[in-house]
Design a protein around this ligand. Sequence first.
Ligand code: SF4
Length: 375
Amino acid sequence: MKNIENNNHTFNLIRDAIPIKWNIKLIQSNGKKSRKQETRNEEQQKRKNNIIQTPLEIKPETRKMKVIKRIKENNIANVFIAENSDRKQFEFVESIQPPLTIKQKWVLILSTLYGCPVGCIFCDAGGNYHGKLSFDEIMFQIEYLINQRFPDKYVDSDKFKIQFARMGEPSFNNNVLDVLEAIPNTFSLKSFVPSLSTIAPIGTDNFFNKLLEIKENLYQNDFQLQFSLHSTDEAQRDELVPVKKWSFEKISEYGKRFYSSKGKKITLNFAMGKTNILNVTDLKKYFDPMIFLIKLTPVNPTFKAKENKIESLIRPDVKTYSLIDELNEEGFEVILSIGELEENKIGSNCGQYINALNQKNETIDQSYSYGIVDL
Ligand code: SF4
């Protein structure tokens, strides 16, 4: 957290990310709606009532942002680097996941903060926090990719998913909520799954209460919510994710409120390093297998994982783990999510961040090796 004193966002950081060692009373926002929000809600209501039938016009060129770099084009995943008028940069990703085509599945992974005050010790997007992306900056990422792939503005994909999971803990930015509310009114989509991954930091209750309202109003059975736990041992979880977070009880209570029987189970994600603790008995104390499923992922090859000597337990060539059997025996559904190895080389995987390359004079085996093209 040493960047905190050195930038202009001390207030935001105090409110947004309370390091474990601090004990600061949080001041919650009063939840009042802005005029912009009210206008959007009125429009949303009109659309629900079929008064407005066409999607809003998409004009990314009117936003003061531009894409300045991208990863060499390929058919697995593409990473784009954009810059705003203050020359602040953010990255976003489209993931294609062959052999599926874009028409079968298309996933966008968006940034929500500049840097991230959480600083998970395996994540290259963490640290160097210098602000939140605006509503327009988040929408720009979606609009840019839709314009590239579906220039007639109709996203003709059987499974179109947007994940708020590139750079930044999304619950620190209320603009994410506005974007979630705006998406159905702005884009013309054949299908849509919104997906939000969070470490559940403290001080974000207003965000999550509003998220629940939005899910119930707009995305009843489609919302994919993930809590990134990484360990069932609280002390180890604090080392891996070094800010104050909701307890397991609180995550469990919220998950029960969020879950609907026709919707998706709530995901508990563990990026499993070799020393990560996942005690199935402890997990079952808090989390009901009827409501929560477990996703096991590798620790991807990042600069931070290398610096902190975190080796992945999950390996691409190994598909069976005794841990999965233990979880299954306790009734948990388990997803082993390994993904394409090539995505590590592209730098599109979880915890990776292309701009981290600029700050390093080293390389990582099997990681970040695709060329970056200036646009
Ligand atoms: S994993 Fe997420 S919360 Fe943790 S540092 Fe990276 S972006 Fe922030």
